[in-house]
Design a protein around this ligand. Sequence first.
Ligand code: FO1
Length: 311
Amino acid sequence: MKVTALSGGVGGARFLRGLVALQAAGELDELTVVGNVGDDLEILGLHVSPDLDSVLYALAGLSDEERGWGRADETWNALESAGALGGDAWFRLGDRDIGLHLVRSQGLREGRPLSAVTAELARACGLGLTLLPATDDPLRTFLETPAGTFPFQTWFVGHGHRDEVDAVHYAGAPEATPAPGVIEAIEAADVLVLTPSNPYVSIHPILAVPAIREAVAARAVPCVAVSPLIGGKAVKGPADRMLARMAGGTAPADVAGCYAGLIDALVIDEADGDAARPDDVRIVVTQTLMRDDEARLRLAAAVLEAAGTPA
Ligand code: FO1
């Protein structure tokens, strides 16, 4: 079985560990991950792709479990030094993490596309899956708030995502073309998965690439999304506030509404079992909190089962 997953950073990466465990157990043959690049940024002369890196680090067993982003056993000497010299220190790049950004930035400066550099990094990290950025073209997420319009990381990290969001834009998306292999992976998949990530800032930037949205909309196979909410609340981050304000609620019906015409089933937590459901999307109820490896494996298995269950 071939699975292609569209994924954001922290929540998505945690979930992907379950799919990788299923792959190791022989339950699926090929896994391709299409990652969000809308929250990429250039800082201190480095190109940082936080969501691709969250996937890389999580699947290579290098991630900091508690922080959710960046590497374990991290130190911050380079950042402290840069800050003391007047450089940007608001976006925390650890010493080990910087090593990766140096390699990526050099590759990009030499003219290689992000997809090629990402493939090299995934290989170097020993990943047994294909990790593709949604696009090699510049695509950046901007948040429109009552306090102004901000690039993703300025709003998320710089302002601690305190400003409510009225609208989200994906600059560059209309002209962006999918990275090599993305459409092929969507068309060759037996199951498409939208990981438990924030719809607006993790999955929508991927779907904002017109050819990707068209390929998912034209699918001949099941597409299963996993809700990032538990009891109408985000495990971490602003997804619940964004849904409440922009979709009008945090029930499964509201989450499914973010993916209108693009999903066949939505996996939700037991805590949301009684909340409003969509009419046109099958609901599968299970435990979605990914506390440990076993929970991740169970959730990944539930997603594949949801794909196989007739409507
Ligand atoms: N998140 C933070 O809340 N504060 C940071 O300083 C920060 C730095 C950072 C550096 C590298 C990286 O790969 C991720 C980093 N993140 C940080 C996480 C990141 O902003 C978000 O989790 C994702 O962009 C959202 O998926």
